[in-house]
Design a protein. Structure first.
Length: 212
């Protein structure tokens, strides 16, 4: 049975993950690579229900409660969507995965990161991305972009200090796992960032996606 590749996009608010994921998805499709785009929290019906609980302003969760909800959604997303697609030979691109739980609930909110790594690994059936693209930019820049596009999530209302801790958390993850992670400067325009993402994918998988 062929096996697909698993690529995740990580970063703070306004980093452009969804835009870059969509552009990479189209580039892979143009190159004849079967691809599935998904997201966390979400990516399957039951996990989308959990997403509503997390992003709905009518609900307020403790950091630990948030972490458990993310892990519950991840368990279903992995089982229902990600693993079957990979087993069928499809490349899976996910807007966020386990690293976001480490950075947001761990570095951002102070939940023990060792606990979060263990819980997230269990939820994800020990699945590790083949490549993680970390879109990095200063929190102030990202939050300004998010406001322009009209985004409104509970995280965007949190302090600058929180978002800086999240950014540093992502950078620490990337620096600790250089074989898996590629840091891309997300301050540039979308075309420049896309070119950097294509280069990271080409180098990791030996593909040629130029002009895509």
């Amino acid at each position: 049975m062929p096996t697909g590749a698993f690529i995740t996009f990580e970063g703070g608010e306004g980093a452009g993950k969804s835009v870059q994921l969509d552009r990479l998805s189209r580039a892979l499709d143009d190159a004849g690579v079967p691809v599935l785009a998904t997201r966390e929290p979400g990516g399957c019906p039951s996990a989308e229900v959990v997403r509503g609980l997390l992003v709905d302003g009518d609900h307020s969760w403790s950091p630990v409660g948030e972490a458990f909800l993310h892990c519950a959604a991840r368990a279903e997303h992995t089982r229902v969507t990600v693993e079957p697609a990979l087993a069928a030979g499809t490349w899976v691109l996910s807007d966020r995965f386990a690293d976001s739980t480490i950075a947001y609930q761990g570095d951002g909110h102070g939940v023990d990161t060792a606990f979060l790594r263990s819980a997230s690994a269990r939820a994800a059936d020990n699945l590790v991305p083949d490549l993680t693209v970390v879109l990095d930019l200063p929190p102030g820049v990202g939050l300004a972009r998010a406001r322009v596009r009209g985004a409104d999530t509970p995280y965007e209302a949190l302090s600058d200090a929180f978002h800086d801790r999240v950014r540093q958390g992502f950078l620490r993850i990337a620096e600790a796992e250089p074989q898996r992670c590629r840091i891309v400067d997300a301050r540039a325009d979308a075309d420049t960032v896309h070119a950097a993402v294509l280069k990271a994918v080409e180098e990791r998988f030996g593909l040629s996606l130029r002009g895509a």
